[in-house]
Design a protein around this ligand. Structure first.
Ligand SMILES: [Zn+2]
Length: 277
């Protein structure tokens, strides 16, 4: 019987079939709840994640207890790849901020496949380049642009991944993304509401007006999106469509095409809510 399913992660989807099949027997699709901590900074990575619909924040835990997001990773990337290359500890925490599905694989299995696949090594390099672009651009954006413009940029980035206008974001997450206090978040949300870029906001969700939000965002959104898409497209990945999940590659009749066999939502051992203010 023909089986048709999508991989759902652009890094995995870009791998040649033979290289993907080195990973496929060891990949497990799981559903992650919001606020699950996948790894804390300083800990060894226990699982590598290739998000499909989940969105994961990379978070710096500061000595004073504050937590600031440095970027978010969705279906264009992965978490845990870089620290596992030399079995070093994770330099950052990774926290699920938009619940959803992800592929997971143990670092040992991933490393074993990596030693037999130049394409997979290329995928890791690709991921590093993509992250570097995002880190550099977000650092510049944080230094130069207003809180409202940065909030609009983050909301557009989240919208790109989830594809509908109601974004399941809490004030805590917005505070973490912007690196500001919640009172400052409230002020920025009010300004975007006044301009119509935010239609409504509740305790754990924000409804947006995309065209008005684009007008309110700094230029960093378009520049960063274009650069990341060019990096991944150079490796054969399809650029994402506006307001829709990134490109999906579909396969037929493959034993690993088990995207519908999603495990129940999981809690990671030792996980808890990240610290934030
Ligand atoms: Zn900016």
């Amino acid at each position: 019987m023909e089986r048709r399913s999508s991989i759902g992660n652009r890094l995995l989807a870009a791998l040649p079939r033979a290289d993907f099949e080195l990973l496929a027997p060891h990949l497990r699709k799981v559903s992650l709840e919001r606020d699950v901590v996948l790894v804390r900074s300083g800990d060894l990575v226990e699982q590598i994640y290739f998000p499909c619909t989940a969105l994961i924040a990379f978070v710096m835990d500061m000595p004073n207890g504050q937590a600031v997001a440095t970027t978010m990773v969705g279906n264009e990337g992965a978490t845990g790849i870089l620290p596992t290359l030399r079995s070093i500890r994770s330099p950052i925490s990774a926290v699920v901020r938009i619940p959803g599905t992800t592929w997971q694989i143990s670092p040992a299995r991933f490393h074993a496949a990596l030693t037999h696949s130049r394409a997979l090594a290329g995928t890791v390099q690709l991921h590093m380049r993509s992250l570097l672009v995002q880190f550099q651009h977000i650092a510049a954006c944080n230094a130069l642009h207003s809180v409202e413009a940065r909030l609009a940029r983050w909301l557009l980035q989240v919208h790109d991944h989830i594809g509908h206008d109601t974004l399941p974001l809490t004030q805590e997450t917005l505070s973490e993304l912007l690196g500001v206090r919640r009172t400052t978040v409230t002020h920025a949300v009010c300004k975007l509401r006044a301009s119509g870029a935010i239609r409504s906001n509740r305790r754990s969700s924000i409804e947006i007006d995309r065209p008005r939000l684009e007008a309110a965002a700094c230029e960093c959104y378009e520049i960063m999106r274009g650069r990341v898409d060019r990096i991944v497209s150079a490796e054969g990945m399809k650029p994402s469509g506006r307001g829709a999940p990134h490109g999906l590659l579909r396969y037929r009749d493959q034993p690993w095409a088990n995207g519908d066999e999603v495990q129940a939502p999981v809690r990671i051992a030792g996980a808890g809510r990240s610290r934030s203010h």
